[in-house]
Design a binder for this molecule. Structure first.
Ligand SMILES: [Zn+2]
Length: 397
């Protein structure tokens, strides 16, 4: 479905790039999207994507935010991010009685960080039923199961609404922001953290990874501000943070907006996003060349392989590289939501299945490459040859 600009409503847009994904047997959102920039205001977004209802179903069924493989526990790097968010927000809250809601809270790690700092009046909302069970089990935090686009109304309004790594996933932004504004007391605060398009190039870890299946809005501070001012908010603070995610670094645009009475009509043209996206494409093509060379070697050797990882990283490579010509015996993924499905008839198996297989394992993930390699060698003590697409984990300091 075509999408008018979510910031200014214009239907005039320039195509920058087409991202393609190979689809898993069931539960795939789509086979790709167009990255476009709006002529009217300069905002960058994914075009020709399904309706919001399809995204809602996807996040209920295919959530990858459950951390099943670590008992729902968050990683040390996520903990660091959550503690840093609490430090940044705290000076803006009157006291520890502030009423806080985290929309799209996953397993409740950020709310737990607020709880640890003395905030007791907290509530989470997440589409995944498994996430809410985990939040209750680990932290005693209540998490209601609702798609982010169908936020209920609450009798008692909130001082702080948190949208952490959520707004880049939402198709119908005006509808969601109107619902979120209704959750806030007059003058209440909205925390939004999204990937920072202005620094995609600076922190390129894997090629085209910012154009993931789930990220459909590419915000700069100018475009995010335009969107929020149009929806009845005023700016309280803007930060450009760098978040550690396992062993990579991610550029984050972190902001606080305040619920205001009026709606601002003046808009600033976003001159930054188109240039940033074009630079990011350049750096992605460069970053991809090493990966493609390794895949070519594997294909030309005619060896049978196993591919560990079935996320965006693999789905893009299957759609765009020679990986689909490789003799792939099976895919492995630790996320139970993917197991039992298949790519063109090749099954997705649990890591336990690897014990009976002798083929080399190609690890297809930048974020979790080292963790997976370590799981194969150290945790599972398996002798399979490991094929890495990025710098060897053994050679890292
Ligand atoms: Zn626009």
């Amino acid at each position: 479905m075509e999408r008018d600009c979510p910031v200014c409503g214009s239907a005039q847009k320039q195509l920058i790039y087409t991202q393609k994904f190979s689809q898993i047997s069931e539960g795939s959102l789509f086979g790709g999207y167009d990255v476009v920039v709006c002529y009217g205001c300069g905002f960058g977004f994914a075009d020709n994507i399904p309706a919001q209802g399809e995204f809602d179903r996807y996040y209920q069924q295919m959530s990858k935010y459950e951390n099943e493989h670590q008992g729902g526990q968050i990683s040390p790097s996520a903990q660091e991010t959550y503690d840093s968010i609490v430090r940044q927000v705290k000076p803006f809250l009157a006291d520890e009685n502030a009423r806080i809601i985290d929309v799209g809270c996953a397993t409740g790690g950020l709310l737990a960080a607020f709880q640890k700092n003395g905030y007791g009046d907290i509530l989470g909302v997440d589409p995944s039923p498994s996430c809410s069970k985990t939040a209750q089990r680990l932290y005693g935090i209540r998490v209601e199961n609702t798609p982010v686009s169908e936020i209920p109304r609450y009798e008692s309004l909130f001082d702080l609404v948190i949208l952490n790594s959520v707004l880049e996933h939402i198709r119908d932004l005006d509808d969601s922001l109107a619902a979120l504004r209704n959750l806030l007391k007059p003058g209440g605060l909205l925390w939004i953290e999204v990937p920072d398009v202005s620094r995609f190039t600076e922190l390129t870890s894997a090629a085209f990874q910012q154009f993931s299946m789930e990220h459909i809005n590419f915000f700069s501070s100018t475009s995010l501000t335009n969107l929020l001012h149009k929806n009845g908010f005023e700016t309280a603070a803007v930060w450009h943070n760098t978040r550690r995610l396992e062993e990579i670094q991610d550029p984050a645009l972190s902001t606080l907006f305040r619920r205001s009475d009026g709606v601002a009509v003046n808009r600033e043209y976003d001159h930054e996003t188109k240039r940033s996206l074009l630079e990011y494409l350049d750096s992605s093509y460069q970053a991809d060349s090493g990966v493609l060379r390794i895949i070519d070697e594997v294909v030309e050797s005619r060896r049978s392989i196993i591919v560990w990882g079935t996320g965006t990283h693999t789905q893009r490579l299957l759609a765009t590289s020679r990986l689909r010509q490789a003799d792939i015996k099976a895919f492995i993924d630790s996320n139970p939501n993917y197991q039992g499905k298949n790519f063109s008839g090749v099954p997705v198996l649990s890591p336990d299945a690897l014990a009976g297989m002798s083929e080399p394992v190609l690890i297809s993930s930048r974020l979790y490459q080292n963790e997976i390699a370590d799981e194969i060698r150290t945790k599972r003590k398996l002798p399979n040859e490991i094929i890495l697409l990025y710098q060897s984990w053994e050679n890292q300091p």
